[in-house]
Design a protein around this ligand. Sequence first.
Ligand code: ADP
Ligand code: MG
Length: 463
Amino acid sequence: SGKWARAMAVLREFEEKCSTPIGKLKQVADAMTVEMQAGLASEGGSKLKMLISYVDNLPTGDEKGLFYALDLGGTNFRVLRVQLGGKSGRVVKQEFDEVSIPPHLMTASSEALFDFIAAALAKFVAEEGEGFHPAPGRQRELGFTFSFPVRQLSISSGTLIKWTKGFNIQDTVGQDVVAELTRAMERIGLDMRVAALVNDTIGTLAGGRYTNQDVVAAVILGTGTNAAYVERAHAIPKWHGLLPKSGEMVINMEWGNFRSSHLPLTEYDQGLDVESLNPGEQIFEKMISGMYLGDIVRRVLCKMAEEAEFFGDTVPQNLKVPFILRTPDMSAMHHDTSPDLKVVASKLKDILEISNTSLKMRKTIVELCDIVATRGARLSAAGILGILKKLGRDTVKDGEKQKSVIALDGGLYEHYTKFRSSMEKTLKELLGEEVAANILIEHSNDGSGIGAALLAASHSQYL
Ligand code: ADP
Ligand code: MG
C-alpha cells in the first residue's frame, strides 16, 4: 500500500543519511587526529578538550596495600576495595558494591549528590571484613573515578567543566569535585583521603596497563563515550609545567564532544540534540553511546508513525516520550533470533504499548536498530583509528611487530554484541590486514575501578 511505501521511504532516507563508507570513516579519523593536535596545542583550541590528567606514570605492578575506589559516571556508581600485593601478589583480594543513583539527585544540588555518595561509601567501609583493614594509624586512601569533563589542577584535585549524560547540577560546575566529596565525607564522619582523581578512561587505561604492558589507549562505550591515551609530553604544546621524568602524559580526550562536518548527522540527531539537556554539545556521544541509541530509533519510528501511519491511523502516544526506548531494549530487539521475532513484539507491547504488529513490521524495526547501531559502531572504529594515527601506530614500519592494545570497557561494548562485532570488524577493515595484526582490542572488565585504586596507590601519602 501507499502507506507502507511511505514508511519505507522514511527508513531508506534515514539509512542513506547514516551511511558510513570506508572513505567517509577515514575522513572522520583524519578529522579526529587534526582536532587532537589542535586541542593539545592550546587551551580551547578544539572541541576536543584533550585534558591533561597529571598521570605521567602508569601502574608497574609494584603497587601495594589496601586502597579504595569510587566510580561515578552514569546511572550507577560503584565502590571497591582492593588489597594489592606488589609484583608477586598482584590483586590479592577485592570486593565491590554497586548503588544506583536516584534520578532526582542527578539534577538536584551538589551537596545532596555528594552526601548520598559519601553515605554509600561510609556504609561500604563499615562492612570492611578480614584482610581489608588499613595498617594501624593509616588513613584510608581512595581513587575517585569521576567520568565527566574535569580541568585537573593536580592528580588529586580538579574542577568540573560541565555535566553530561543526563546530570545537570549547576552549583557543581566550576567546583573542585574532590573538595565536594571530601566535605561530604567530613559531614558524615568518614576519614578518608582522595589520593587520585581520574576519569574512567584513565582508570581503564591504568587497569589495562597493569595487566598488559602494550596498552596505549582506552575507550569507554557505556552511557556516554570517551577515550584516553598516552602522549609524549613534549608533543603537548599547551603543557607549560616541568616535563615528567617518564616523558609521558596521559590525555583524557573527552572525545564525546567531537564534531565534524564529516559526521553523518540526520534530522533525528538534530532533534535529539536540541531537546537534550546539553544542546550543541557531545555530538559524537549522541550518535554513538548507550544513553542515546535507543532514542534515535524511537525518533525514526515516531516519524514513520506520523508520516506514514506505520502503526495504524493514530500515533502511539508512548512513541513521543523521550528516552522511553532504552538501548538495552533496542539491543534485545536487534538480537532477536526467533522466527516470529517475539522479542520485538513483546518490547513493542511492553514499552510502546503497540500490539498486533506484523512480522514484516517487526523485521523493519530490527533493520532500523541495525542502521543506528552500525553507524555508532563504525564511527567508534573511526575514532580509534584517529588515535592510532596520532600515535603513528596506524602503519607497519619495516615489518615491525610492536603490538598496540586498546583497552575497551562500558556496558554498550560489553553487552551489545552486534555493536561490538561491527566496531571490531570495521577497525580491521580500516587498518588493513597487515596493520590489524598488530592492533588488539582488549575488554578491560571494570578496569577503571582497579585502575583508580592503582593510581591511588602510586600517589599514596605514605610512599
Ligand atoms: P556508565 O557508562 O554509566 O558508567 P556502564 O559502562 O555500565 O555504565 O554502561 C551502562 C550503559 O550501557 C547503559 O546506559 C546502556 O546504555 C548500555 N547497556 C547496558 N546494557 C546493555 C545491553 N544489554 N545492550 C545494550 N546496551 C546496554
Ligand atoms: Mg562507567
